[in-house]
Design a protein around this ligand. Structure first.
Ligand code: 6PG
Length: 236
């Protein structure tokens, strides 16, 4: 499903409405809400609007679709941005975030994060998140899965390590496609002219760039775009 809206502000509004709806649906159906967060502009979209949604915050578990291997005090830490943006502004407690251990070496950090996720999905072969929120880089990457990178073919681990990320910082851990595509819902949100070329290549021409490889096997796929990001799509 694609939603093209007027502005970046409207992207944020639509996104938060989606999160509100899916959180209530998940809590009703499964007693909890498991959400995967991305960094970059996604944090801006969410931190503005989430504090005003109606949800059972105590039933939330928050994960990271990818995370940079930097100390939590570092402005590049995605956890730092969400912690500052949501804890204290919503009833969310710090311990509801399932975070990486940034002090480990990147391969160990990926294993450690996988174990932390496994602990929350104990009887699963693959975790089935209620919602994964994904951004798209201008090169078509999503999470920390980059064009042409061997990780695109990773099928055996839930969380993988990357130490040559083209987008700084270089060391990250990332969920892999088997996890991403097992979600109940994957939602992309983006705004701005800078994404228009890639949006056309992926949504218009169907190029199999990483963001185009997000195809939930038994779940919803949503793209929420502002008019600038969608400006090169020949919309009906
Ligand atoms: C990260 C993100 C990354 C991001 C895209 C888009 O931590 O860097 O997870 O995948 O979502 O790079 O970032 P922007 O929305 O800021 O362009």
């Amino acid at each position: 499903v694609r939603k093209v809206v007027e502005s970046e502000k409207e992207v944020a509004k639509q996104l938060c409405t989606l999160v509100e709806h899916l959180s209530n649906e998940a809590i009703e159906a499964r007693g909890r809400f498991t959400i995967g967060l991305s960094g970059g502009s996604m944090a801006k979209f969410l931190c503005g609007g989430l504090p005003s949604i109606q949800t059972s915050w105590d039933k939330w578990l928050l994960f990271f679709c990818d995370e940079r291997l930097v100390p939590f005090s570092n402005d590049d830490s995605t956890y730092k941005i969400y912690q500052a943006g949501l804890v204290g502004k919503t009833p969310l407690k710090d311990e509801q975030f399932v975070t990486i251990n940034p002090d480990l070496e990147v391969q160990a950090a990926a294993k450690d994060y996988e174990e932390k996720i496994r602990a929350k999905f104990p009887d699963s072969d693959w975790p089935r998140f209620d919602l994964l929120l994904l951004g798209m880089g201008p090169d078509g990457h999503t999470a920390s899965l980059f064009p042409g990178h061997p990780l695109l073919d990773e099928q055996s681990v839930w969380v993988a390590a990357i130490s040559d990320s083209p987008k700084p910082p270089p060391c990250r851990v990332t969920m892999t496609f088997p996890v991403i595509n097992n979600a109940h819902c994957c939602a992309f949100a983006m705004a701005g002219e800078g994404k228009a070329d890639m949006v056309k290549r992926i949504l218009g021409d169907g190029e199999a760039l990483p963001s185009g490889m997000v195809q939930p096997t038994d779940g919803e796929l949503l793209w929420i775009l502002d008019k600038s990001a969608a400006s090169k799509l020949s919309l009906p």
